[in-house]
Write a protein of this length. Structure first.
Length: 130
């Protein structure tokens, strides 16, 4: 029960933080894309610079080793996929490609769909990415 409560708490914090950061990133605010990346890394309990520099397969391995991968995969997959869109819009095709590959690897490994936002992020997705 305590672990479930802990996971729900960190997911709730993630949803709030990533929602704000994605809004700011789409508005072109300096540092907002890095804030989205930081939110993802914190959800995975990894160092931000290390986490998002990982190859897609290595990111999945770290998620599996953390023991929380199944609980947070759909959130990570969603955030990375939408962040790829933000990078595309900013003209950074290389980073967009890496984020999209990371999202796809998470989706394939954990059985989630990057096109389907988690329930807590559905309204944000409709607002920002429809």
């Amino acid at each position: 029960m305590l672990q479930r409560d802990y996971i729900l708490e960190i997911i709730d914090e993630f949803v709030g933080g990533v929602s704000d950061a994605l809004r700011r990133a789409l508005a072109g605010e300096d540092g907002a894309r890095a804030d989205v990346e930081r939110q993802v890394a914190e959800l995975l309990e990894l160092d931000p610079q290390t986490a998002l520099a990982l190859s897609p397969d290595s990111l999945v391995t770290m998620m599996v080793l953390s023991g929380m991968g199944d609980s947070v995969a759909s959130y990570v997959c969603y955030a990375l996929d939408r962040l790829a869109t933000v990078y595309d819009r900013a003209g950074d095709e290389d980073t967009a490609g890496l984020r999209r590959l990371q999202a796809r690897a998470v989706a394939e490994s954990f059985g989630c769909d990057p096109a389907e936002p988690p329930a807590e992020l559905a309204a944000l997705d409709a607002e920002l990415f429809s």
